[in-house]
Structures are given as C-alpha cells and as structure tokens.
Design a protein around this ligand. Structure first.
Ligand SMILES: [Zn+2]
Length: 474
C-alpha cells in the first residue's frame, strides 16, 4: 500500500503537470485565442473546454464526442501500463479514482477555490476504490489487487446498504478504511419546513469558551493542543537530537506524529459531540460567518524611515494565532452543518458584524458596551455574559433572515428578579429588577458604572436603583 501511494502520487503530479501545460498552450499569446469549433463560442482561458484538456490520450471518442480532460487522461492509462509495467500492480479503478481526484481539484478551482497543488509525500496519503469492488466478510476485507486482510471493525454496516467508494488512508498510527454506504430505500433527508420549526439557537464561537449558546449554556474549550504541548516539545526535542537520517530518528518522528494524531482525534471527538448536542437542542442553528484566515494573518511589518524593521507585535500575535488554530472553528462549523443536514435541521451563517457590541435588549450599539467577558448596555443597563449576549444577537439575525419570529429563539430564562433595597419611604412595589427593566428604552440616561464588578454581584445592585420606573444612578 505504501508503494501504491508512491506510484499514485507520481502519476497524480504527472497528470497535473500535463494539464498545466495544456492550459499554458492556450494562454500563450503566440498561439492566439482559441474558439470551440463546434459551438463557435469565444472562450475564457480558465473555463473553456479547450483549456480543460490534456495533452495525453485521444481527444475524441469513437462516437465523435469530445472527451474532457479526465476522460482523455483516463484513456491514456493502458499506454502508461505498457511503458511502466510496475503500474500494472495497481488496481485499475484505483488509478481512475486518482485521476478523478485531480478532476475534482480542478472543478474546485473553477468554482473559485485555490489552484491544484503538486502533492508532497506528506500531502498524499490515500487512495480509493470505485464502487462495487471491495468485499466485506466479518472482520475481513477484500481489497482488489491487494487481497483479503483482517481489520478492526469499528462499526457494523446496517442491513440493506451497498458499499460505494472505499478509501484507504494512511495515518500516523496505522491504516484506516472509510467506506461510503448507500441505501436507495432511505429517502434523502430534507430540511424542515419553516412552519415546523419550534426552536432556534444562536451560537457564538470563542477561545476561552469554545461555544456560547443563546440559551445561556457555555461549552468549555479543553485546548487539546495546549494540554499536550509539553509532551510535544519533549518529543520534538528528542527527535531533533537524533542522528540525521538514522532509523532512530525515524522512530522518534513517528512517535511525534502519533502525538499529533492523538490531539486531532481528541478534538474531532469533542467536536462531533458538540455538533450532535446542538442539533438535538434546536431546529434552527445560527452560526457566525467568521473570516478565520483573516484572523490568523501575520501583522504587517513596521519600518522606520531608514528601512529598519520595528516591533510590530507579531510575537504576541503568534501565541494568539496558535490558540485560534487550536479551536479549529472551521472544522467545528463543518461538522455542525453536516450533522444538521443529516437530521433535517436548518443551519445558516450570518455576518457577525456588531454582534458583540449590540445590546440584544434595546438594540443600542456601542463599542464600550462590552468589557472583556461582561456586557453592560450603556443605554438601558442590560447586563449579561458578553458571549451569550453575542450569541443572542447572532440568533436574532439568523431568524430574521429566515423570517421566523424571534420568540422561537432559545434564550436565558428570566432570573428571579432580586429586589433592590430601597431607602426611605419609597414604594417597594415599584422596585424593579436591574436586569430587564420594563420601559427602560424610554428613559435614556447615561449611567456611569464601575467596570470591575462581576455580573450577579450584589454590589452591582447599588449602581442604580429603579424608583417609580426611573433609573437613578448612584
Ligand atoms: Zn440596551
């Protein structure tokens, strides 16, 4: 299997090179612009059928139909096996799937994602079989051209399911097989109708608290990378001190890779659990549309007039970037989306602009509203945990886009309102909670507060009192 990976990688890179060259020929100004002869349409060099071709293989099918690049490269495979007989040991569908992978890479590029890359050994770790090739019996699996082998059956394949594409993947701690299964009897899960929706939840992603829900729930961030960072440093140091190229060094690096694998496994497991928890909780899940790549960007270099580089805070930013990467919000969002799709829940992303500054109670937006983990509206005095508050805003935004009433958003249950002690002969019935004062939107009044106090701290009550529906700052 390791040999296969080496051969498949070189074939992948060869075919990628072939497609790049075919594309360069079209782009080259010497050759002029090409037009499709059949449709007579002028073409854009990136997406036209001519640039989507290879120099290998036959350009036309026997029926006279044009082949696309994948089909052309695929028709070349018999000649490859003649010229390089060792490729005969690889199963033919594996070679085809390898070309399909390149095709998908190019399709992604045409959709606006990055250009396909040449694969290094570290980036090429898997191969796959086409459907209906692999057989399963108990804890044995038949991989064509490799043979029967035992494997650890982590879960049973339910009755009535057919095996589709089978992917064999090399990881630091061994080889893994992932099997795609399909049953035609089970209908595709559809997202729920808007009338069926009973509850919605807003979600705010963070570092200290990985997930804050609009119902007040906070999910911890275990910081898996940080937890094992000491052990990782030790292993890195040990590996780097071994003799270069020795088998001892190889072993040491393998051990380091297993630790990295462990971190990934722990994180994945935790994220799946969170995703299932959220889907069980609500029918609509509203997420933030975060620009994570932008958040972990390097600081811009600072130079003085002589061109000397000044400190730009990058060393401090590096630690933060590491923390952000450890959260892997992107993976978490993907998992939430996939679990939501599976159970027919709706999952949507909204622009997170102002969600952490806006008061979810009165709608007042001010940067000073937020102070670290605490949110205090300087307009109406609404007090809440900053992350939960932001998640409420995210939820409201999401439900608004869907056109669902905001009452369906899961929110913090209203606390038993503590009655502030009133001095003098004030009517105690008029004393109202400082948390959600009714009619507070009308009384616009600047309130100066000490920002050291914690939410829920009885001292906070002394900040202002409600007398006859009016706030008096102390
Ligand atoms: Zn407010």
């Amino acid at each position: 299997m390791t040999n296969w990976l080496l051969m498949l990688r070189s074939h992948y890179n060869f075919c990628l090179r072939d497609r790049i060259e075919a594309y360069e020929q079209v782009k080259s100004p010497k050759l002029g612009n090409y037009s499709d002869l059949k449709t007579k349409s002028t073409c854009c060099p990136l997406t036209c059928s001519i640039s989507n071709k290879s120099q290998l293989g036959e350009a036309f099918k026997k029926s006279g139909k044009k082949r696309n690049a994948y089909e052309m490269q695929s028709s070349e495979l018999p000649f490859l096996k003649q010229a390089r007989p060792w490729y005969k040991s690889i199963h033919s569908t594996v070679l085809q799937q390898n070309l399909r992978r390149l095709k998908t890479a190019f399709e992604n590029f045409f959709d606006g994602r990055g250009y396909p890359k040449f694969k290094t050994r570290q980036r090429f770790k898997s191969f796959s079989y086409a459907p209906n090739q692999v057989k399963l019996e108990g804890n044995k699996i038949y991989l064509p051209s490799i043979g029967w082998m035992r494997f650890f059956k982590s879960r049973n394949i339910p009755d009535g399911f057919q095996l589709k594409t089978v992917t064999v993947r090399q990881k630091a701690d061994g080889w893994y097989i992932s099997i795609r299964i399909e049953s035609k009897d089970i209908p595709q899960s559809k997202p729920k109708d808007l009338e069926q929706i009973k509850t919605g939840v807003g979600i705010d992603l963070g570092i200290k608290k990985l997930v804050a829900l609009s119902n007040g729930e906070l999910i911890e961030n275990p910081q898996f990378e940080k937890r094992l960072s000491k052990r990782k440093t030790i292993r890195q140091r040990r590996a780097s001190r071994k003799k270069r190229g020795s088998s001892n060094q190889k072993k040491a690096y393998a051990k380091l890779a297993r630790l990295d694998q462990k971190i990934v496994n722990q994180r994945e497991d935790y994220q799946w659990k969170i995703a299932h928890h959220l889907v069980r909780l609500a029918d609509v899940i509203v997420l933030e549309d975060l620009n994570i790549q932008g958040m972990i960007k390097k600081c811009r270099a600072k130079q003085d007039e002589n061109g000397k580089f000044l400190k730009n805070g990058q060393s401090a930013k590096r630690a933060l970037n590491r923390l952000i990467r450890d959260c892997s919000w992107g993976n978490l969002t993907e998992k939430i989306e996939s679990v939501a799709a599976k159970f027919g829940s709706i999952c949507l992303k909204v622009n997170p602009k102002f969600t952490s500054q806006k008061c979810s109670h009165c709608g007042h937006i001010q940067k000073e509203n937020r102070n670290k983990e605490r949110f205090l509206c300087l307009n109406c005095g609404f007090l809440a945990d900053a992350d939960v508050q932001a998640s409420v805003n995210v939820g409201i935004k999401g439900l608004k886009t869907l056109g669902i009433s905001q009452s369906k958003l899961l929110r913090v249950p209203q606390k038993v309102t503590p009655k502030p002690e009133l001095t003098g002969s004030k009517n105690s019935d008029s004393a109202r909670s400082w948390g959600f004062p009714p009619g507070a939107t009308e009384s616009r009044r600047e309130i100066s507060v000490s920002l050291e106090a914690e939410p829920g701290n009885p001292q906070q009550l002394k900040l202002f009192e409600w007398v006859n529906g009016e706030a008096i700052s102390c």
